[in-house]
Design a protein around this ligand. Structure first.
Ligand code: SAM
Length: 265
């Protein structure tokens, strides 16, 4: 009887290794095989010292490996008795296709566990000094994908802009268009917005402005980077640490000053 291995679906957090969970570190150290995505910091991948490590990420819609091949690789390795870590940015169950992978493992009868990660949907705003909920200001947070503008437009239908925080992931390639959709759905032009790029890394960039300004201009830095934006009254807050010299556990400065302050309409 072959010894069956194990798969861990592990969240790597937003980037800075200091934001890894202890369980994520433990799984990585024991791993024989790591299959990792785009947006996972190299220093995190390297924690898996004894493992074979393969990049299986997608960039700009181009799959390095098809999803079904990732399933087959995890299942095959576990069936050969190996300890596999499937490593994803943020949390594996927030837009990470972790649910599909868990289903495939269940169907194949492979033992697995889920190691939640610090999701960028909370951590990126937090590192820019934005609490996603704030008593008396925002009583809800909605996380949506901005990848498909038509689907986005449907998903935000019926949301009340005054009472909640909207967090949009995967919208980098059409920020002005997404802002325009919100304006056409009667969100106020003056609604505060923060665009956050590469949160938790030394490249962290924050733009603050209004929905109108976002709909009219290119606010992105002239380089690639994981990008999300926050819409709502909380986006005007900047509750950053008072001590700028503070550094993260890993030694990476995590709170650079906003590079550009947009007009506030
Ligand atoms: C495919 S989704 C995966 C989300 C991930 N599972 C999570 O929980 O954070 C990738 C999107 O997450 C956002 N993202 C991830 N890391 C980020 C970071 N460090 N700074 C800003 N946005 C980030 C971006 O919107 C990016 O397009």
């Amino acid at each position: 009887v072959p010894t069956v291995g194990h798969v861990s679906l592990v969240g790597a957090g937003p980037g800075d290794p200091g934001l890894l969970t202890r369980r994520a570190v433990a799984r990585l150290r024991r791993a024989d095989l790591v299959l990792y995505d785009a947006l996972v910091d190299e220093r995190v991948v390297r924690l898996a010292r004894r493992a074979q490590r393969f990049y299986v990420g997608k960039r700009a819609g181009h799959a390095a490996i098809a999803q079904k091949d990732i399933h087959a690789a995890m299942i095959g390795a576990a069936q050969r008795g190996r300890r596999v870590v499937r490593l994803k940015g943020g949390d594996p169950f927030v837009f990470g296709r972790g649910g599909e992978e868990a289903l495939a493992l269940l169907q194949a009868g492979i033992p697995f566990d889920i190691v939640p990660g610090v999701t960028s949907a909370v951590a990126a705003p937090a590192l820019a000094g934005i609490p996603v909920t704030h008593r008396g200001v925002s009583g809800a947070r909605v996380v949506v994908s901005g990848h498909d503008t038509a689907a986005f437009s449907e998903m935000i239908r019926g949301l009340r802009p005054d009472a909640l925080t909207l967090v949009v992931l995967m919208g980098r390639s059409h920020l002005p268009e997404l802002a325009g959709i919100l304006l056409r759905r009667d969100w106020p032009e003056s609604q505060p917005v923060a665009v956050i790029v590469d949160a938790s890394t030394s490249n962290q960039y924050v733009w603050r402005g209004t929905l109108k300004a976002l709909s009219e201009s290119n606010v992105l830095p002239d380089r690639d980077g994981a990008t999300m934006f926050v819409v709502g009254s909380v986006a005007a807050l900047a509750l950053e640490r008072a001590d700028d010299s503070a550094v993260a556990e890993s030694g990476t400065p995590v709170s650079p000053k906003p590079v550009h302050i947009g007009h506030r309409g």
